[in-house]
Design a protein around this ligand. Structure first.
Ligand code: NAD
Length: 293
């Protein structure tokens, strides 16, 4: 089993994930372009490196948690494929487009590495707590090799299929989440306009056929349902900017695959407008403000 892991990208998510690897007994060689992120990783017990090639020396595995597909492509092309030891296991946990994920894994395989795409569900709190859900794409052998490392950072590790299948599952799930949050928000806004008490509507709908995770676990209305970012003026949680990122990836994948996604497309348009009106930093459930007018 891999013991020494290079961890590249120690931001909001990667910082907590690397700390959990350390807590589970892995030796973590950390690299990030941001000195503050690197300092936090050091405090969590990682060895901090100021160059990526130093972090990659002699490791058994490499985990990346980076902002987007272009950066992932560059980091693998310019550094990981150059400096990672022959045969090192490669795991990309970033949320990126399916085409880039497949391309990078094809290159990795040609260079003799096993590699999986392993994007996550669950936000910063789950990354810190080690309770992320990993959706993993790759061969059976690559999945088996990655599983113990991912299990140290999450509570569910699911093999979604071949290379790129993790990213495919992630964007289909988040497109569904975006659409159900929009639908849940418009139902609450309409219930309000029809004079219904919103707690009463929740009590009914959460036990009826309109129920969804967006309603019962992440209700967009303050004071209704469990405690959510709505109770904190939509601060924290899963930013509108990140939901929009995932919806854009979903729309690109739908076009590539020739999939008809009218609800996802409408959700993407609504989040696009909401983000450009200055709300990109608010939790994505704040989309209810659009429906409330
Ligand atoms: P972040 O911006 O906080 O962290 C990204 C880190 O990567 C930063 O510290 C940045 O300095 C570093 N970085 C950028 N380019 C680099 C390079 N070339 N070499 C080394 N380091 C580099 O982002 P995040 O919130 O941690 O998200 C990371 C990934 O996880 C994204 O793909 C995001 O879509 C996905 N994700 C985020 C959440 C969330 O709630 N934040 C949830 C699920 C998935």
């Amino acid at each position: 089993m891999a013991k020494r892991i290079a961890f590249i990208g120690l931001g909001n998510m990667g910082g907590g994930m690397a700390a959990n690897l350390v807590a589970k007994g892995f030796k973590v060689e950390a690299f990030d372009l941001d000195a503050a992120a690197l300092e936090r990783a050091k405090l969590a017990g990682c060895t901090a490196h100021t160059s990526i090639n130093a972090a990659l020396q002699g490791v058994d595995a490499v985990v990346t948690m980076l902002p987007n597909g272009t950066i992932v492509h560059n980091v693998f092309d310019n550094d990981v494929f150059k400096w990672a030891p022959a045969g090192a296991l490669l795991i990309d946990c970033s949320t990126i487009d399916v085409a880039t994920a497949r391309d990078v894994i094809t290159q990795a395989t040609a260079k003799g590495h096993q590699m999986v795409d392993a994007p996550v569900s669950g936000g910063i709190a789950a990354a810190n707590a080690g309770t992320l859900t990993f959706m993993v794409g790759g061969t059976d052998a690559a999945f088996a090799a990655a599983q113990p490392i991912l299990a140290a950072m999450g509570s569910a590790v699911i093999h979604a299929g071949g290379e790129g299948a993790g990213q495919a599952a992630k964007i289909c799930n988040n497109m569904l989440l975006g659409a159900t949050m929009v639908a849940t928000s418009e139902a609450f806004a309409m219930a309000e306009k029809l004079g219904l008490d919103l707690q009463t509507f929740y009590n009914i709908s959460s036990k009826a056929s309109g129920q969804s995770w967006s309603m019962t676990s992440y209700c967009p209305v303050a004071g209704v349902g469990p405690k959510t970012p709505a109770d904190n003026d939509y601060q924290g949680g899963f930013a509108t900017a990140l939901m929009l990122k995932d919806l854009r990836l979903a729309m690109a994948a739908a076009t590539d695959a020739g999939a008809d996604v009218p609800m996802g497309r409408r959700a993407a348009e609504l989040y696009e407008a909401f983000a450009s009106a200055g709300n990109a930093g608010l939790d994505f459930s704040a989309i209810i403000k659009t429906m409330r007018g």
